[in-house]
Design a protein around this ligand. Structure first.
Ligand code: PEP
Ligand code: MN
Length: 359
């Protein structure tokens, strides 16, 4: 069910399918002049797919909620004048119908919408009968892989075969370096579960600030993503939404030219030998862990026989402190070591609890 093996590639005449797919344009369409001015500059720098939000999901009421239908006419103008393909966000049945009717070439579903199964189903139903439209599903705002996959499945079940995902990071409470944490393990797992679904990275919403766009874009290419969606505006500082993260078309061009695209399937002898070494390390790790758990069980039996409590707080603090300091000395990330030791300790406690529960 999950294996979508009859997907079709998201390709467009005139766009090299062997290069990362680049989608760029403003967060929001604001005026005809802003849309066309940005599009002309992007076209001049070789961008072939133009994005702009026509309907904007804003956190609070009263903000700029998009220009609506008239923006579709401006997108049509972009196509006519520059030859670029156009892309916009859809969140309701009416958006889908209007965008398709206006000749929008690619639709994406935003992170807030992707978190809502009712909305995803409504969009899927509206897409039925329009199987040729390529659709990209952003990750839901919350780090829930199943919800992301479920949303993709709904669109697939409606007959869409040019289907992809956009990784735009996940929100968290409070202030952080990233506006939305990349949490790379989630798209990596998405790729493992749905290997035929292309993944586009959106460094703009991940970084939330201009300076982070280039490093995130490079990191995502290093991770093997299939394309990038980046927000660009002819005058970023006066943008009506997401102004801190928008680049000028010129800045985008500099960044794109500096990006290093890695080979997708590196399979050298060297890599094979390194993988063998990793496999050996993993085997050793497993054996050591099994040994540690056996000893932990013996300790549990001892505690039970001597009527002692399972968790001895001093001993726990001592183990954590010692191991974290040791980790730092040998170049391991202490935060990582802390998580590993906590997980191991938790499992030991579980084992000992089950001993206490037996009889
Ligand atoms: C956008 O692409 O402008 C947007 C609203 O993004 P997201 O859904 O990722 O927040
Ligand atoms: Mn935006």
């Amino acid at each position: 069910m999950e294996q979508f093996n009859d997907l079709q590639p998201i390709t467009f005449p005139g766009i090299d399918p062997n290069k990362p797919l680049i989608i760029a344009g403003p967060c929001s369409a604001e005026s005809e002049e802003q849309v066309l001015n940005t599009a002309r500059q992007l076209a001049h720098h070789g961008v072939k797919i133009f994005r702009a939000g026509i309907w904007k999901p804003r956190t609070k009421p009263g903000g700029f909620e998009g220009v609506g239908l008239k923006g579709l006419l401006w997108m049509h103008q972009v196509k006519k004048e520059t030859g670029m393909y156009t892309a916009t966000e859809v969140a309701t049945h009416d958006h889908v119908k209007a965008a398709i009717e206006a000749g929008i070439d690619l639709l994406w579903i935003g992170a807030r919408t992707a978190a809502n199964p009712f909305a995803m189903q409504e969009i899927a139903d509206a897409l039925r009968g329009h199987e040729d439209v390529p659709v990209l599903v952003k990750n839901p705002v919350n780090p829930d892989l199943e919800l992301w996959i479920g949303g993709i499945q709904r669109i697939y079940n409606a007959g869409i075969r040019k289907l992809g995902a956009i990784h735009r990071g996940f929100s968290a409470y409070g202030k952080h370096l990233f506006r939305n944490e990349p949490q790379w393990h989630i798209p990596v797992e998405l790729h493992r579960r749905l290997p035929d679904i292309p993944i586009i990275c959106d460094p703009s919403h991940m970084g939330g600030q201009r300076e982070l766009i280039s490093p995130i874009a490079q990191q995502s290419l290093d991770m093997g993503v299939d394309g990038l969606m980046i927000e660009c505006h002819c005058e970023p500082d006066s943008a009506w939404s997401d102004k801190n993260q928008q680049l000028t078309p010129e800045q985008l061009s500099v960044i794109l030219n500096a990006l290093v695209v890695r080979e997708h399937h590196v399979s050298t002898e060297n890599l094979a030998s390194l993988r063998q070494q990793i496999d050996r390390c993993d085997n050793e790790l497993l054996e050591i862990l099994a040994k540690r758990m056996r000893i932990s069980r013996e300790i549990g039996t001892y505690k039970k026989e001597h009527n002692m409590q399972i968790v001895q707080a001093n001993r726990y603090d001592e183990i954590m402190e010692r191991r974290i300091a040791q980790a730092e000395k040998i170049g391991l990330n202490p935060e990582f070591m802390k998580e590993v030791m906590q997980a191991i300790h938790e499992e030991s406690v579980h084992l000992q609890i089950s001993l206490f529960e037996n009889k």
